[in-house]
Design a protein around this ligand. Structure first.
Ligand code: FES
Length: 500
């Protein structure tokens, strides 16, 4: 929002401080500006789930003069987008702030004529987005303008509010401040506890070893739902964006139960801290492989052993991408883990298979193409240049909409670069998460994101399949090679965080 015409972060600004000030939200922008920003972000693919977008629009709409990249990056420092990888947001900013004459700068790596809104089929775009994100997602100017249909949006006035209390149950009251007061919880913070790598590398004479740490899925919209007595709860995944993180969120059933108990509509709202403490994480792993890709991949399990169809699917997926890798499950202390998270376990296996034959190299390996074919048939080739830039080729069956596929590919590259290089949350010896703020997750900010050049295979035919998960694994492998196959991730966060 703007306060007296200057951008401010609404989510940490107490309402009482706004007394006598002029507050402008996205709804208060002139219609021409709203239309310009929503068109530009849809055209570039710079809004996916859209949860971050209205705030980013207000921030960028306050820019004046030529929108050089440094000014855009600077202005985005207070923001986080988990989905897009920033580049398409920057492109939209240039299109709006610099005007149409400079929009050609975003075109060269486009590979299709369907980038203009007049020729786009937004239903096909939404179908592509659904394939890439794994859940329904709209592609529409309304999403940019804050009307994506998020979980809490449709709740009727007068609903009770339920928040997580200090002892773990829900505190239910007539308003959010009242529920928070009842909960009696002090907000957690980040910590100086070092990152750990909870799974031991399997014994063996390996050419390459890897140990990963805990990472936060870090979807922007915290888990939320609401329900009327006897009704159906609102989905916590109203417009995608969680990359598997909310597929089995308990908030919907919690809302149903509380609504039935109280006999009136109830909103269930998790805070960021609740999401970090309770939300599922990608299982940490440790592995060793020989130069021909033979090896063992250990998967850390903090709850009951994985069993049943979800694990069977992982076993099949790993056999497809890394046939010489044997899987083991090992118990670890930590937050819940899930196989729902983006390409969980098979991406790690694909990375190990892709890098194994480079094991003899001493030092960084750059500028080599790394190809990953996902178990579903999506194909990606990633190459990291000496300047850190990322070159990508993506093939994912009939393209449906190259803007969306390109945007998801850039977003997957962003996630992969962060996963290998900078992301991690501290978990103490008892298994409690100690990094509880968005800032502590190590997600790459806009200014740290290198340019990504994407070539989408628009000539591909056949059933459309997910392409961005293959990008995720291919970029992770390319980044790890560039980091000289350092034995622990994140590679940038220092040896002090490593147990071995
Ligand atoms: Fe930015 Fe989803 S589009 S968080």
């Amino acid at each position: 929002m703007w306060v007296d015409g200057a951008p401010r972060v609404a989510c940490v600004t107490p309402a009482r401080r706004m007394d006598g000030r002029e507050v402008t939200t996205l709804e208060g922008l002139p219609e021409d500006d709203r239309s310009a920003w929503s068109s530009a972000l849809v055209a570039s693919g710079g809004s996916q789930c859209g949860f971050c977008t209205p705030g980013i629009v207000m921030r960028l709409a306050a820019l004046e003069g030529p929108a050089v990249d440094e000014r855009i990056d600077q202005s985005l420092l207070a923001h986080l987008c988990r989905c897009t990888g920033w580049q398409t947001i920057r492109e939209a900013a240039h299109a709006v702030v610099d005007g149409p004459s400079t929009t050609d700068r975003v075109e060269p790596d486009r590979t299709s004529a369907d980038t203009g809104s007049s020729s786009r089929d937004l239903d096909a775009a939404a179908a592509r987005a659904g394939l890439e994100g794994g859940v329904h997602q709209r592609v529409d100017p309304a999403v940019v303008l804050g009307d994506a249909g998020f979980a809490d949006d449709g709740c009727p006035d007068g609903a009770l509010v339920a928040v997580v209390g200090a002892k773990g149950g829900y505190a239910v009251a007539e308003s959010l401040p009242a529920a928070r007061a009842l909960a009696g919880k002090v907000q957690g913070r980040s910590t100086t506890v070092p990152l750990t790598h909870p799974v031991d590398v399997p014994p063996g004479d390996w050419a390459v070893t890897l140990a990963t740490t805990w990472v936060e899925p870090a979807y922007l919209e915290p888990d939320a739902s609401w329900c009327s007595p006897g009704g159906e709860p609102a989905s916590p995944v109203g417009n995608g964006g969680a990359f598997g993180g909310k597929l089995h969120s308990p908030v919907a059933e919690d809302a149903r139960r509380l609504a039935d108990e109280h006999g009136c509509p109830v909103r269930v709202l998790w805070s960021r801290e609740d999401v970090v403490r309770r939300g599922p994480k990608r299982p940490p792993v440790a592995a060793g492989v020989t130069a021909d890709g033979t090896g063992v991949l250990r998967v850390g399990i903090s709850g009951p052993k994985f069993d049943g169809p979800a694990w069977d699917a992982v076993v099949v997926a790993v056999a497809t991408v890394a046939p010489r890798l044997r899987l083991e499950q090992v118990a670890v202390a930590g937050p819940p883990v899930s196989l729902d998270l983006r390409a969980a376990v098979w991406a790690e296996a694909a990375v190990l298979a892709a890098v194994a034959h480079h094991a003899g190299a001493r030092g960084p390996v750059l500028d080599v193409p790394v190809e990953v074919i996902s178990p579903g048939g999506g194909r990606a080739t990633a190459r990291l240049g000496p300047d850190g830039s990322v070159d990508l080729e993506v093939s994912a069956g009939a393209v449906l909409d190259s803007v969306v596929l390109r945007s998801y590919a850039i977003g997957a590259a962003h996630q992969a670069l962060g996963w290998v290089g900078s992301e991690g949350i501290a978990v103490d010896a008892e298994g409690n998460v100690r990094d509880l703020t968005v800032r502590s997750f190590g997600i790459l900010q806009s200014r740290a994101m290198p340019p990504v050049d994407v070539r989408v295979d628009i000539g591909a035919t056949g059933t459309p399949v997910n392409g961005s998960d293959a990008v995720f694994a291919a970029v992770a492998a390319a980044r790890w090679l560039a980091d000289g196959l350092a034995p622990a991730w994140p590679t940038e966060r220092g040896a002090e965080s490593r147990r071995r």
